[in-house]
Ligand binder design. Structure first.
Ligand SMILES: NC(=O)c1ccc[n+]([C@@H]2O[C@H](COP(=O)([O-])OP(=O)(O)OC[C@H]3O[C@@H](n4cnc5c(N)ncnc54)[C@H](OP(=O)(O)O)[C@@H]3O)[C@@H](O)[C@H]2O)c1
Length: 375
């Protein structure tokens, strides 16, 4: 199976840095190759390096040594992650726990997956080595207060909540313990280890595009462990937390309207493209099912070509545009309709909205605690 990630380094970055980034993005022990895209480096602030690695797929990898992974929140994102972890063999269902869902159908799916449901969030936090915080952002402060006394120095908190910073989580847990910070004389009060993950639901089919970012008190071993976990269910990049809004922008669900939240994942842009391609096929006479199948398969094939060939998308596009042919005619029509400009604007609008919601979370906390802390 081929695995790939694209990383960026500042111009002038060394070959050693490229190798280090390749290994960070894809894990060690794999064949990695890097390539600087011609024609791009000269125009951009960054060189773009496509890194392609081949993972041995003959035997399933051994489970990661993460201990018990507990999910607080049993919704779409948690379920997609749990299914991906189980499917990939990274974490067995018997090593997972979940807080009981009030939705009977959802609860049954977790049971069928083989994951034990526990009665309270506190129970999940108490028995888990890695606690996945997978509730909506506006619910998270209450959950953190509830579990704070069960978060030990051995607990690693993994938050997928969009727009909620690691520092918010660290403060909320510390404040709920009544400590407001670390107490050198008592390990129980050491600030929590937090890793922020921005996954998306294709985790479920091991095709996620995730990012992981370290909190102030997590170790590089914590970050590596969670990056490995997310790589078991797709591609994963390690980014500074300040770049999460950009990650959200690239992968955001534009139509999402949930309360005070911005799920930073979602191939919704691509769903819209697939729908539109299928509409075009139907317009030209294809049955809907055939048109949708062809459109989806085309998108998947093109994405695999980008990931596995290491070639710049523009170069791949050029290769399929013969002079005076059908494809260049279509490309010209897309340019006239502003498809690329629209996509760039969508990513930017989403990243801005993500930053806006992150500020709103911090301001709400500052108002509640009277600390006046700002992001
Ligand atoms: N969905 C995505 O594509 C995506 C992508 C990236 C990040 N995220 C993040 O993932 C988080 C969850 O999103 P989602 O889409 O999975 O939402 P969701 O499907 O609505 O699931 C939310 C879950 O939280 C549970 N819950 C609510 N209040 C709770 C409480 N006090 N204690 C414990 N559990 C509680 C709900 O329980 P019931 O089952 O009883 O209703 C439900 O299982 C959000 O923070 C979002 O920003 C989502």
């Amino acid at each position: 199976m081929l695995r790939a990630a694209t990383v960026r380094v500042s111009r002038g970055g060394s070959a050693a840095l490229e190798r280090q980034l390749a290994s960070r993005h894809l894990g060690g022990g794999r064949r990695a190759a890097s390539r600087v895209f011609p024609g791009v480096a000269g125009r951009c602030r960054h060189r773009e390096i496509a890194v392609v690695a081949r993972a041995s797929s003959s035997t399933p990898p051994p489970p990661l040594a993460l201990g018990t992974v507990g999910f607080i929140g049993a919704g779409s994102m948690a379920e997609a992650m749990a299914r991906g972890f189980a499917e990939s063999g990274a974490v067995s269902p018997s090593s997972m726990r979940v807080s009981r869902s009030s939705d009977a159908a959802r609860a049954a799916r977790w049971t069928n997956l083989g994951v034990e449901a526990l009665a309270s969030n506190g129970d999940v936090a108490r028995v888990s080595d890695v606690v996945v915080l997978a509730v909506k952002p506006h619910v998270l402060p209450g959950v953190l207060t509830e579990i704070a006394s069960h978060v030990s120095p051995e607990t690693l908190l993994l938050s997928v909540a969009a727009g909620v910073s690691t520092s918010f989580i660290e403060r909320a847990v510390s404040d709920a313990r009544g400590g407001g910070g670390s107490r050198d004389d008592d390990r129980r009060f050491s600030p929590p280890r937090v890793i922020r993950v921005m996954p998306n639901t294709p985790c479920q089919v091991r095709a996620a595009a995730s990012s992981v970012s370290a909190g102030a008190h997590s170790s590089s071993a914590d970050l590596d462990a969670i990056a490995s976990l997310m790589r078991a269910v797709g591609a994963c990049v390690v980014v500074d937390e300040s770049l999460i809004d950009a990650v959200v922008g690239v992968r955001r669900v534009p139509s999402y309207t949930g309360p005070h939240t911005t799920p930073g994942s979602g191939p919704a842009y691509v769903y819209q493209i697939i729908e539109a391609m299928a509409d075009g096929g139907v317009l030209c006479g294809l049955p809907r099912a055939d048109a949708t199948l062809l459109a989806a398969q085309t998108v998947m094939g093109a994405a695999k070509m980008v990931l596995e060939s290491g070639e710049h998308p523009a170069a791949l596009k050029d290769k399929v545009c013969s002079p005076g042919g059908t494809t260049i005619r279509a490309v010209a029509a897309m340019e006239a309709a502003g498809v690329r400009a629209g996509m760039i604007a969508a990513v930017r609008a989403s990243a801005e909205r993500s930053a806006e919601l992150g500020r709103a979370t911090d301001e709400a906390e500052a108002k509640a605690t009277g600390t006046g802390k700002k992001r």
